[in-house]
Design a protein around this ligand. Structure first.
Ligand code: GLV
Length: 303
């Protein structure tokens, strides 16, 4: 059963090509629910999944997995989407905004308005450390891209790590330390019970005054009211939000009009059928061969 959010025809075409022996039914046109063994979707009503008695696995087309934080899904493995091409899109987006602020692009736009030619000697990238929250496939690509451009990269994860050229931090104290030594902080975290509201007043208080905050993971990891206060008291210099608690961001949200907030509509990275569908197909083949698909969603870790 296939119910991707976008590029439905493309998904059908690629899965058809990659899985020649399989019958693929595009939801809601399921004429034979009893034949369904795999469900491919981002968001789908769990009660509908009860119609498929032979369901063997759910294959998510989204990087985030907070939709599975409920207990009414059938008891089958859930396979996450981990697409390096999607991570590259997120890296390009994040790097764009780091460079935008570090290199004072806003100021150049103002200067052009008044016809002024005035180079600004910003600090060298080596003196503009960037903290990346979450260092899975997404965060790692973001960090690696920045490191290649000379930015010192600090990563925060639940279990730490070791990567050449990256300083790793873990745990609540580690997060505070990372925030205190970063000129930009990029939040790529998924939404789980552990990350819900993580970036709150207490965390913003540890920011380097004037530092940039970029949120590309999930809006629920940021307490927006606390972020607004931190922007207003100067502890955070500017914020770029691609994700918000409620999406679309409500028209009445003060974030829309804040002079130091940039909003984009959950567009930092898209799932593309071209790269994601072959990964889903590879996992279906693995399951058919009796192998483990990956990466598997772990309900204990909520990720
Ligand atoms: C997008 O936000 C995704 O989870 O794929």
């Amino acid at each position: 059963m296939l119910n991707p959010t976008n590029e439905r025809r493309e998904w059908l075409k690629i899965l058809g090509r990659e899985l020649p022996g399989e019958r693929i039914q595009l939801w809601p046109d399921i004429d034979d629910p009893a034949s369904i063994e795999f469900a491919v979707f981002w968001i789908h009503d769990p009660t509908d999944l009860r119609r498929y008695p032979r369901l063997r696995a759910i294959l998510s087309v989204s990087a985030g997995v907070e939709q599975f934080l409920r207990d009414d899904y059938p008891d089958v493995p859930i396979v996450r989407m981990c697409d390096a091409a999607m991570a590259d899109e997120m890296a390009a987006y994040s790097i764009h905004w780091v460079v935008h602020f570090h290199r004072r692009m806003d100021r150049y736009l103002e200067l052009q308005e008044v016809g002024k030619w005035r180079p600004i000697r910003n600090v060298d990238a080596h003196k503009f450390p960037v903290g990346v929250l979450g260092f899975g496939v997404m965060g790692r690509r973001v960090g690696e891209g920045l490191a290649r451009l000379g930015y010192p990269v600090r990563a925060w994860t639940r279990s730490g790590g070791s990567d050449r050229g990256v300083t790793h931090f873990q745990g609540p104290r580690g997060l505070e330390k990372l925030l205190a030594c970063s000129d930009a902080v990029i939040n790529t975290l998924p939404l789980t019970p552990d990350t819900q509201g993580l970036m709150n007043r207490r965390r913003f208080a540890h920011f380097r005054p004037g530092a940039l905050y970029i949120a590309v993971g999930r809006g629920g990891t940021t307490v927006e009211a606390d972020l607004l206060d931190a922007l207003d008291d100067g502890s955070v210099g500017a914020a770029v939000l691609d994700v918000t608690i409620e999406e679309p961001l409500p028209a009445a949200s003060p974030l829309w009009e804040h002079p130091r907030v940039r909003i984009t509509p959950h567009a930092s990275a898209f799932t593309r059928a071209r790269t994601a569908a072959p990964m889903v197909a590879a996992n279906i083949r693995r399951i058919r061969r009796g192998e483990q698909p990956f990466p598997l969603y772990d309900p204990q870790r909520h990720y």
